[in-house]
Design a protein around this ligand. Structure first.
Ligand SMILES: Nc1ncnc2c1ncn2[C@@H]1O[C@H](COP(=O)(O)OP(=O)(O)OP(=O)(O)O)[C@@H](O)[C@H]1O
Ligand SMILES: [Mg+2]
Length: 254
């Protein structure tokens, strides 16, 4: 049997970071683009409490002016309509859809229940840009899947590596050892003159508590801050996102 190319439909991919600016949004978009290029029906969903820059950074084809806040007010009987979903969707050039928040109201649990229900009914997959806090109660609908891979982004800096311990502790407290075992630590190199990391040492330190460690190389296009166009990424960056996607699938299936 050939290897699955993406996690099962209805299993969310959770992207969280050890701190602000860790590479969470960039990695969410990298994974959404990989899935889209494989023909998966994929939606990148902003799950920061007040919203972030998911669509601003990733929607290189169509940027919607409608946020999750308005999408949710259009819900009738708990159900999002196809028309409302299409209007609220931004698009990447690879054909991934993106749902973003405008920041008019804070995230609520009901928002993510409605989005999860809708995506499940459409058999679409989702990758969530969670930011660096996993504890808020509005995230509960996303954390309940026992197969959801957790991508923990770590910028390649000493202070961020030191914060990894408390992030892993909070994943362990919320999702147990099984959640840690589905965690892929993803080091994102945000500086052209990178700080060298001895992955071997890190692997020995983290042992078999987590699934694996992946690295995203420094990429000039990502570092420039312009809207991300997947075709503009260096081949090594695309290869790293593809490897990360494979690790997410493997972490989910165990
Ligand atoms: N591989 C990379 N190469 C170059 N620059 C990168 C790379 N990954 C991320 N960056 C840059 O690092 C910065 C932070 O990344 P990003 O916005 O994804 O982090 P975040 O965790 O989502 O931040 P926030 O806390 O603001 O939500 C961005 O300016 C981004 O362009
Ligand atoms: Mg972000």
């Amino acid at each position: 049997m050939s290897k699955p190319t993406w996690v099962k439909p209805a299993v969310p991919v959770l992207v969280t970071g050890v701190c602000g600016g860790s590479g969470c949004t960039t990695t969410t978009l990298g994974l959404a683009n990989v899935a889209a290029t494989r023909g998966i029906s994929i939606v990148g969903v902003e799950a920061n409490p007040a919203g972030g820059d998911l669509a601003d950074r990733g929607a290189d084809a169509v940027l919607s002016e409608i946020g999750i806040e308005q999408l949710i007010t259009s819900v009738r009987g708990g159900i999002i309509s196809d028309e409302a979903f299409i209007q609220a969707s931004s698009h990447t050039g690879t054909n991934a859809r993106l749902l973003h928040r405008l920041g008019t109201t804070l995230a609520r649990e009901a928002d993510y229940v409605a989005i999860e229900d809708y995506l499940r009914s459409r058999r679409a997959s989702a990758v969530y840009d969670i930011g660096h806090r996993l504890q808020p109660s509005y995230l509960a609908p996303l954390l309940k899947s026992s197969l959801a891979p957790v991508i923990l982004t770590v910028p390649c800096r000493v202070d961020a590596f030191n914060r990894m311990r408390s992030s892993l502790e909070s994943i362990g407290n919320l999702l147990g050892d099984a959640g840690l075992k589905r965690t892929v630590v993803t080091i994102s190199n945000q500086a052209a003159e990178g700080w060298p990391v001895d992955i071997g040492v890190l692997e020995r330190y983290l042992g078999d508590k987590i699934w694996s460690i992946e690295q995203i190389p420094y990429d000039q296009h990502l570092g420039s801050g312009v809207v991300i166009n997947y075709e503009e990424l260096a081949p090594a960056t695309i290869a790293a996102y593809e490897k990360l996607a494979a690790a997410a699938v493997a972490a989910s299936e165990g």
